[in-house]
Design a protein around this ligand. Structure first.
Ligand code: ATP
Length: 502
């Protein structure tokens, strides 16, 4: 069977050092991934581009870097402890656990056919779609458990307390207690030292609202941005780094005067969509999908997702829309909640107008890993160079800002001083801070193709012409066109090309 696009991308990602399964030599850990030498550069470039465009190049946004473990009251106030849960369902046929809200929808009562145990060789069984209106995403069965809420936060403990030991010490006492009392005592033992890995970076911006206001001399409308790890004990993980338990977010909380929030919501929705296309993502594979009223979080006035058409495999074929980023109007919910729980007034006093108000928040919340995956998928191309010769090249058409390697430098042959000259060029470009790779092995055409496969926009070859007139060949990744430029000033040449690509 022919390989699907996603299978090709996954295998290229591993073969060329973009993404590896975590702890692979031990059999891997479900939904945990490591970025290889090229992947780490790609993801860093995505994060840098976000930081540059959202923070550095704006006068109305400042940055923050908060700790991953925060005071547990932060999560009480934000509602995460009580409500950050997904509806969990067990499939009684294949034993898969999945999220009810992400399961394939079907009309209740309509007939379905599935395999016993979810095995390919299992007996064919007939069933009907249950009243919930969905079936198991793995085996298609309708034989499902009821939904139950599962909290997604990772709990750990802070300080020299081992909750397991505390529970063991209290075993006799616990045995003497009745159901509810036992549960409460147990919750107290665990809760006394419990802290949580943050499930989003946003709360760091809310609890530091006053600190930023007082230290950075900002006033609404202004934003506070953060990029960092978040953790969610996701029920279903899938499709490489699309949904994992440990991931990085790039979030902006933009504080505005109530009444101006609708305008800013429109502004950021458009700005964030345009950001992806400015980095080369195909506009026809992107869409803005406003949330239906029933999908909205209780605190949100409006929310729109930037979605990308990922080449994921699914029962209907290849490709499905998936969230890249969400832009929400969170109103003053978070600042009000933290005011209530902390007892600190998180309102803003405008001296000129003598007005006091609690700002509304527009939140563009993006995922660094999802964006990296989307850029990787979007860049993937197989170009037929010569149909008769069956010559197809694999090329990652990364925007130059995102390309892990910007320039590759080759000596045409390993003699006549060409390697030394090529290494000099590499060192000069590295000195300019331009990611450069040197390669002298194999035929020149193969070397070009190897760089196409990792998305390097430009290759420079030191050849006979270099010895004669001091010029080098520059080969373009996308058009494969070649031209000659002077060796002198090569650093400035590529600095300019990178600048022009912005
Ligand atoms: P989903 O509906 O896909 O679970 P979400 O709406 O819960 O996502 P948000 O809480 O809005 O996601 O988080 C903002 C962004 O963080 C998402 O758009 C996504 O890019 C990223 N993100 C969220 N959860 C994960 C995850 N488990 N793995 C990778 N990235 C994630």
């Amino acid at each position: 069977m022919a390989e699907s696009t996603m299978q090709k991308i996954v295998s290229l990602a591993k073969r060329r050092g973009f993404i590896f399964q975590s702890s692979e030599i031990y059999g891997g850990l479900k939904a945990c991934y490591d970025y290889g030498p090229l992947g780490v550069e790609l993801k860093r470039n995505v994060k840098n581009a976000w930081w540059e465009d959202v923070v550095t190049r704006r006068s109305d946004v400042v940055g923050l870097d908060c700790s991953i473990i925060m005071h547990p009251d932060v999560w009480r106030a934000s509602g995460h402890l009580a409500g950050f849960a997904d509806p969990l369902v067990d499939c009684k046929n294949c034993k898969e656990r999945f999220r009810a809200d992400k399961a394939p929808r079907a009309v209740p009562g309509s007939p379905i056919v599935y395999r016993e145990g979810g095995r390919k060789d299992g007996k064919k069984l007939d069933g009907v779609v249950p009243p919930q209106g969905y079936v198991c995403p793995v085996c298609g069965s309708g034989d499902l458990s009821d939904e139950r809420q599962f909290n997604l936060m990772f709990r750990t403990s802070l300080g020299p307390v081992d909750p397991m030991q505390e529970i063991l010490n209290a075993v006799d006492e616990l045995a003497g207690l009745e159901g509810a009392a036992r549960k409460e005592r147990l919750a107290n033992i665990i809760g006394s030292s419990a802290v949580y890995l943050r499930p989003e970076t946003a709360q760091g911006m809310f609890v530091n609202f006053l600190n930023v206001l007082n230290s950075a001399r900002v006033k609404p409308p202004f934003g506070v941005a953060q990029c960092g790890k978040s953790y969610r004990n996701e029920i279903t993980t899938s499709n490489l780094t699309f949904r994992t338990c440990e991931f990085e977010q790039m979030e902006l909380e933009f504080f505005v005067e109530p009444g101006t929030d609708d305008e800013w919501y429109e502004y950021w929705s458009k700005a964030r969509f345009d950001w992806y296309t400015s980095l080369g993502m195909k506009a026809d594979k992107l869409r803005l999908r406003p949330h239906e009223q029933c999908e909205l979080a209780h605190y949100a006035k409006a929310c729109v997702d930037v979605e990308y058409f990922y080449p994921f495999e699914n029962p209907d074929g290849e490709g499905e829309w998936g969230e890249l980023e969400g832009i929400a109007n969170r109103t003053d919910y978070d600042l009000q909640k933290h005011t209530e729980y902390s007892g600190k007034d998180l309102s803003y006093f405008e001296t000129e107008t003598k007005k006091r108000y609690t700002p509304y928040v527009i939140e563009p919340a993006a995922g660094a890993d999802r964006a990296t995956l989307a850029f990787l998928c979007d860049a993937f191309d197989e170009e037929v160079v010569d149909a008769e010769k069956n010559d197809v090249r694999t090329v990652l058409r990364f925007h130059p800002r995102l390309a892990p390697v910007k320039v590759a430098v080759f000596p045409l042959v390993k003699k006549d001083g060409m390697p030394d000259r090529a290494r000099d060029i590499m060192n000069e470009l590295l000195g300019e801070g331009i990611q450069t790779f040197y390669d002298e092995s194999g035929a020149i055409g193969r070397r070009y193709r190897r760089m196409d496969e990792v998305g390097t926009p430009w290759c420079v070859t030191v050849d006979n012409g270099t010895l004669e007139d001091g010029t080098v060949t520059v080969r373009e990744r996308d058009s494969m066109a070649q031209s000659r430029i002077p060796r002198e000033g090569i650093g400035e040449y590529f600095r300019n090309r990178l600048k022009q690509s912005r």
